[in-house]
Every structure is written in structure tokens, then in C-alpha cells.
Design a protein around this ligand. Structure first.
Ligand code: BGC
Length: 762
């Protein structure tokens, strides 16, 4: 009896303390913070590392406590009504496991186009439509935040993760990123804009030090993040693994607080990259709120740092406050009942459409495409049979299928050479068996022995040849310099097929299934048409067939320059060219290997076309390049200063050809003569027309804020618009300016913090 009374008393006490503890609501965050113990606060700032992650290491791992395959949770604190939240990878779609060990259901996600392919659409509405669908999968599979988009500048073509970044240009990157974020967040789920910042190589990715000038930092590397944060306010930003100017990004107050929050107005939380350097008394004061995937040791570390006086409680409270603000926005907090049944068919249709819009037509001699009167097609290249939908690593989505070119062309009504299909199938089976123990970067099946013989018959039977060239790249390693060029096998295949078909008076289409720029100058004369669908997601075979047949029109434009040689890029002088397999685990104290432990961004602001233009270098295909199945004229360009702060550019675009098509209007601006060295021209705005029928016109209107014309004057820590005459140049690529107009502007200046100074001897 006594025991029952004691138990009852304890239960009453517990119930009272529960009743007294405030339960989290959007309007009582301060009260909840006040009620939290130090340990509870520390717990909220550390991800809930699962048993799986402990066993397998922290990178590209998963946490199966709530949603199997998601990579990070935050801890719940039931006493205060704080739910857990769940974060899972992107960016080419949601990355979770397709199978669970407790039911028979399949949890497939859609494999969307990679970042580069989305940027190649130059179409912000299209990107938002894609990510609206992607965000619906995030919501309906019970995830709160997708770890995307990747928004680092493609400084050099060899960066292993370029495929999941957008562009070599900050304005294109930033605006595409903003559209991406808006589409996802329209679903009431969050994004994580990553990797903030200067994560431009994979070699020693856990600690490489980017040595970069304040000007290049502001104008090139931070700009895409600035645009995305200001325009779309992501729920979270992921700080990068690397250092910048001597210090880890997640320890830099100037980066995470002065710039990101105070200057740009970021409202959300900053989360570390997975398994990044972490020190409680450095990261929290800098403004890095959450460490992922976390470890119980970090909770102790935070508690001890506060107790020992090394970490001021004020910093902890600030981070916790932001965490609570984030948590009340999540579907889990709202108790959203997710269906686990997103409309995958509808999403596949969007992928197919967007992928065609991002497909770049590099060459189309004699208007070969869209095909007319072609029925029998010989399909070469292992990539035609086994295309790559996206890059490897955390950005690799677990999708239900990838449509091959064979399937796509077949379904589009073409008769495919079945002898080749049989030969390739046998070849790939044998190849797989032989290569099964190799890593992905050691495999590139291109040189089937049966080609010379099969080719003889194939030329006779078919009207046309398609040759796919593919390249894989991924997280954790940069591409080798060799990988930029066609290897001997690729070249031999292309030459043999083209020789044979051309001798018979038949044409050849090359298809580039790649994640970024490759060398094209030495071979682009060989095929009659070159199509660049990138790694555009799970519908790639349909996309290629749609474009080849004319069902869809290609309207993509390059988001990066295709140089003649890799060395033409100024950044190549300071890039890890031989891609040593160095991630940085255990290398924390090394600082002796150039381009591994530290990389000097000596080219400064002269990244991509800014460099090629400055040097007057020829390129294979310029930044912004892309053909269509029709022709367009630009005219009636007007410039108007619609307010003190904004310039409005108007251009009439007319379809002057015989087929429907969409055109991209790219506005490059040349600044007046000035003290500071400036690029010849810089992209300042862009827009895509609707689908225009032959003869149809559209007036495209682009607004450009005056302060977007500023350069960063590091001596004064100020964005400065020099007084003088600005030339606004409208073109359909950076080297095809079709009309221009000038505007006089007065001097404008905005002071900002003197941030990102070099911290020596690190
Ligand atoms: C990658 C991030 C990714 C995270 C979680 C890291 O290794 O750099 O992009 O979101 O892992 O998988």
C-alpha cells in the first residue's frame, strides 16, 4: 500500500512538472528557452547520430531512426514538446532508402536533373517547377529538410562535385539556386544551401584552405549565396568542410555572422557539413548552430565548455533560439501526416520536360536534328545502354529506374539495331563481372572488341548512328586531368563510326552524358550533330529521344565555358590536377602540399568567361552557348532607370525561323573606364522566352538593381558603382551580342564589413 502511495505521489509530481514545462509553440520560444537545462540546450545543437552512422563513419551515411536513408536527425525533447527533425540528401532529388526491413513497400524517389542541367535551362520558373515536385517528395516521405541546393562556383572543370553545382557565374548560380529553394520551400519543408563557402575542390575536402582575395570572395564565391539568401531565405545553410584564408568556415564569425546574417539578413540555422571539424567554443560563437551528424561527445563538450567558462551561455542561447525557430516551421512540428505516396508519375513527366529544356544543342550541321525521315538507328557507346542519371555520392538519388537511350528511342518509334543491342548487352555483362571489384572511377567501359565487325552490317542496315560519350564524377574526388579529354577508346569509337557512316552518306549524332565541361575542340568536327543532355535524371533516354525526334525542342545554354584546353582556365594553374585520393582524415596538421592542403585562388575574379574574355582566348563553346531548332532576332532594346535603385532592360525577341523554340536573353554589362581592373563584361541578368511559334515575338523585361553593377573595393570594404557610362549588351551567349544600349550612372557606394582577412600560419 505504501509503495502504491509513493508511486502515485511520484506520478503526480512528474505530471505537475510536465504540466509546468512549457510546450513549444511558434509564439513561446523565449519561454521554452528559459525552461531548458544546459544539457537540453546542448542536445538541441548536436545531431542525433544513429547506431548505423557510428558503425559506418559519418560521411554519406544514414540514420534510420525515423526515415531510413536520411542522413541526420535532431534530438526530440519530449518534456518541452520539441519533436525531432529529419534531414536527408539532395540535390538531384530526395535520397532515402527504397526498402525498409519492416514492410514490403518501396520508397522510390525521383531522379531529377543534376544542378548543372537545371542551370542550363536558364529558366527560373522551370527550376521552381522541378523543385516544387522534389519538395513534395520531401514532404510526403516525412523529411523536414533536403540538404540542397549545392551552390559553389565551378572554379575549374575538374572539381568532382561540379555536377551538383550550377555554374561558373555567380548571377546564374545565385538566381537558379533561389528558384530551386523557392520551389522546395513552397511545400512547407526546408532546404540547406551548401557548401558555404569556397568548397571548390574535393581533394583534401575536409580541410583544404582556400586562399582567396576579399574581392574574389565577394564578387565570385559569395555572390551566388548572397543572391540565394536574399531572394529565397533557405531554412538552413550548410557550412563547408574547408577553410578559407586560414580558418575553417564554420569557425568564422565574419562569414557566418557578419556577412551571412548581419549583411544578408539570413534568418535560419547554420549546420556543419557531415563530419566537419567541430569545436564548441569556436563554432557556436561564430554562428554555426548545429553539428551533424553529431555525437554524444559533442553534447558533453558544449556542456563542459559552458561550465568551464570557455563558452559564453549567450552564444548557446542564441543558437538554441534559432534552432527552436527552425523546428516550429517543420512538418514534424506541425504533426503533418505524410503519405509515403508522392505522385512519382507526375514528377517523372516534369523531369522529362525540364531535362529537354536543359539540353544544349552544341552542333546541328545541315539542320540534321530534329530527324526527318530516319527510322533505323544504330546506337553505339556503353552510355547509350547504361546512361548516367546523376553524379555519385550524397547527391545520388535512389530512383526506381533510368531510361536508357535504347528504350527511349524504341518507344519514340525508331527501329534500333538489335545486333548492336545484343552485342552491347553481352559486353556489359562480361565487363561488370570483370570490374565488379573496382570503384566507380576506375570503370569506363568504352572499347568493345565487337565494334569493327558489327559496324559493317550496321552501316548497311541503318539510316543514322548515335554515339554516346559519358563521364562520371562524384563526391570525394576531383576528376583527373585526363578525364577532361576523350580517351583513346572514346575517340576511336567516334572516328570509326563516323568514318563508316559518312562513307555511306549517313549521319552521326554524338550525345554527351556528362556532368560538366569536357574537351570538345579536337573532335567536334567529326559528328554532324552534338547533343548535350548532361546527366539529366531518370528519364534521360526519353529526353534524348524527345529532342532527337523534335517532340521537345532543346533550349539549354551552357552554364560554363567549354575551353579548348584545360590549361586555358587560369584556375588550372592552382588546382589538384592529378586528383590525389586525399580526403583529409587524419591530415589536420598538414600544410605543406600546394593545391591539397591549401590552394591559392591566384586568378582572383577571373574565373570562367571573365578570364577568357580578358585574355581574348578562343574557346570551343562560349559561356551561355546553345543552339535551337529555329533562329531568333533581338531588337528594340531599351534601358530605363525605373527608380533610383533599378534599371529595366527590354528586348524584343522574334522567332525568325521555321520551327517553334525558346530563346534565352543574356544581359552582359561592361563597366566604364575606372581605377579598378574590371572584367570585359559580366552577366547581370537573364530571362527565357515562352515557346515562340515562327514569326512570333515577345518583349522580354529584365530588372537589374543598380547596386548589382558594383565591384568590390577591398581597400574601402565597399561595393562601389563607379560613375560613368555602362554598356548593357544583350546576347544569346557571351560571345554573340546581338544588341546593346548605354546608360549613364552616378557613383554609388555601400560599405560592408572588412571580412575574410587572411589568418596567417594556419
Ligand atoms: C556532403 C554533403 C552532404 C552530407 C550528408 C557530406 O559529405 O559534403 O553535401 O549533404 O555529407 O550526406
Amino acid at each position: 500500500m505504501k509503495e502504491i502511495i509513493i508511486t502515485l505521489a511520484a506520478a503526480t509530481l512528474y505530471a505537475t512538472s510536465l504540466a509546468q514545462a512549457p510546450q513549444l509553440r511558434p509564439d513561446n520560444i523565449d519561454e521554452v528557452l528559459e525552461a531548458m537545462t544546459l544539457r537540453e540546450k546542448a542536445t538541441l545543437l548536436v545531431g542525433e547520430l544513429s547506431a548505423n552512422q557510428q558503425a559506418y563513419g559519418t560521411q554519406i551515411s544514414h540514420s534510420d531512426r525515423y526515415i531510413p536513408g536520411a542522413v541526420g536527425n535532431t534530438y526530440p525533447i519530449p518534456r518541452l514538446g520539441i519533436p525531432p527533425t529529419v534531414m536527408a540528401d539532395g540535390p538531384a532529388g530526395l535520397r532515402i532508402f527504397t526498402k525498409r526491413n519492416y514492410d514490403s513497400k518501396t520508397y522510390n524517389c525521383t531522379g531529377f536533373p543534376i544542378g548543372t542541367s537545371l542551370a542550363a535551362t536558364w529558366n527560373e520558373d522551370m527550376v521552381s517547377r522541378v523543385t516544387e515536385a522534389m519538395g513534395n517528395e520531401v514532404l510526403e516521405y516525412g523529411v523536414d529538410v533536403i540538404l540542397a541546393p549545392g551552390n559553389n562556383i565551378q572554379r575549374n572543370p575538374l572539381c568532382g562535385r561540379n555536377f551538383e553545382y550550377f555554374s561558373e557565374d555567380p548571377v546564374l548560380s545565385g538566381n537558379i539556386a533561389a528558384s530551386y529553394i523557392r520551389g522546395i520551400q513552397n511545400n512547407g519543408v526546408g532546404t540547406s544551401l551548401k557548401h558555404f563557402a569556397f568548397n571548390n575542390q574535393e581533394t583534401r575536402r575536409l580541410g583544404a584552405d582556400a586562399i582567396v582575395s576579399q574581392r574574389a570572395a565577394r564578387e565570385i564565391y559569395l555572390k551566388p549565396f548572397e543572391i540565394a539568401v536574399k531572394k529565397a531565405q533557405p531554412w538552413t545553410v550548410m557550412s563547408s568542410y574547408n577553410k578559407v584564408n586560414g580558418e575553417y568556415t564554420n569557425c568564422r564569425y565574419d562569414l557566418l555572422t557578419d556577412i551571412l546574417r548581419d549583411e544578408w539578413g539570413f534568418q535560419g540555422i547554420v549546420v556543419t557539413d557531415w563530419g566537419a571539424f567541430f569545436k564548441a567554443d569556436k563554432c557556436l560563437p561564430a554562428g554555426n548552430d548545429l553539428v551533424q551528424p553529431g555525437s554524444p561527445d559533442f553534447i558533453d563538450e558544449i556542456v563542459e565548455a559552458v561550465e568551464s567558462g570557455a563558452l559564453d551561455m549567450e552564444y548557446v542561447d542564441t543558437c538554441v533560439h534559432r534552432m527552436l525557430e527552425y523546428i516550429v516551421k517543420t512538418p514534424r512540428f506541425r504533426k503533418y501526416v505524410f503519405s509515403n505516396e508522392p505522385d512519382l508519375e507526375a514528377h517523372a513527366a516534369i523531369v522529362r520536360e525540364a531535362a529537354a529544356e536543359g539540353t544544349v544543342l552544341l552542333k546541328n550541321d545541315g539542320a540534321l536534328l530534329p530527324l526527318d525521315g530516319v527510322r533505323n538507328v544504330a546506337v553505339f557507346g556503353c552510355g547509350s545502354y547504361r546512361p548516367i542519371a546523376g553524379g555519385t555520392g550524397s547527391g545520388d538519388v535512389n530512383k526506381a529506374y533510368i531510361v536508357s537511350l535504347i528504350e527511349g528511342l524504341n518507344k519514340a518509334g525508331y527501329d534500333i539495331d538489335n545486333t548492336l543491342v545484343d552485342e552491347y548487352t553481352k559486353y556489359l555483362w562480361a565487363y561488370d563481372e570483370k570490374m565488379s571489384k573496382l570503384e566507380w572511377w576506375q570503370r569506363n567501359p568504352v572499347a568493345p572488341e565487337f565494334i569493327p565487325e558489327a559496324l559493317v552490317e550496321s552501316v548497311e542496315k541503318n539510316d543514322l548512328a548515335v554515339v554516346t560519350i559519358q563521364r562520371q564524377s562524384g563526391e570525394g574526388r576531383d576528376r583527373h586531368a585526363d578525364d577532361f579529354c576523350l580517351d583513346a577508346d572514346d575517340r576511336e569509337l567516334l572516328v570509326r563510326v563516323a568514318d563508316a557512316f559518312h562513307k555511306a552518306g549517313k549521319k552521326v549524332v554524338a550525345v554527351l552524358n556528362v556532368g560538366g565541361a569536357i574537351e570538345t575542340a579536337s573532335w567536334k568536327d567529326i559528328p554532324d550533330a552534338i547533343l548535350l543532355p548532361w546527366q539529366c535524371g531518370q528519364e534521360i533516354g526519353h529526353t534524348v529521344a524527345d529532342v532527337i525526334s523534335g517532340k521537345s525542342v532543346p533550349s539549354g545554354h551552357l552554364p560554363m565555358t567549354f575551353p579548348i584546353k584545360l590549361e586555358d582556365h587560369a584556375s588550372t594553374a592552382n588546382f589538384p590536377l592529378d586528383s590525389p585520393d586525399i580526403s583529409g582524415w587524419g591530415d589536420e596538421d598538414r600544410y605543406d602540399r600546394p593545391n591539397v592542403d591549401y590552394t591559392h585562388y591566384e586568378e582572383d575574379i577571373y574565373v570562367g568567361y571573365r578570364w577568357f574574355d580578358k585574355q581574348g582566348l578562343d574557346v570551343s563553346y562560349p559561356f551561355g552557348y546553345g543552339l535551337t531548332y529555329t533562329t531568333f532576332g533581338f531588337g528594340n532594346m531599351t534601358l530605363e532607370k525605373v527608380s533610383e535603385d533599378e534599371v529595366e532592360v527590354r528586348v524584343d525577341v522574334t522567332n525568325t525561323g521555321k520551327r517553334a523554340g525558346k530563346q534565352t536573353v543574356q544581359i552582359y554589362v561592361s563597366a566604364p573606364e575606372r581605377k579598378m581592373d574590371k572584367p570585359v563584361q559580366e552577366l547581370k541578368g537573364f530571362a527565357k522566352t515562352a515557346l515562340l511559334e515562327p514569326g512570333e515575338s515577345q518583349t522580354v523585361t529584365i530588372r537589374i538593381p543598380v547596386m548589382d553593377l558594383a565591384s568590390f573595393d577591398a581597400a574601402q570594404s565597399a561595393w562601389t558603382v563607379d560613375a560613368g557610362t555602362y554598356v548593357f549588351r544583350a546576347g544569346d551567349n557571351s560571345r554573340n551580342i546581338l544588341c546593346e544600349s548605354v546608360l549613364k550612372l552616378g557613383k554609388r557606394q555601400e560599405k560592408v564589413s572588412d571580412s575574410l582577412k587572411l589568418i596567417e600560419n594556419k
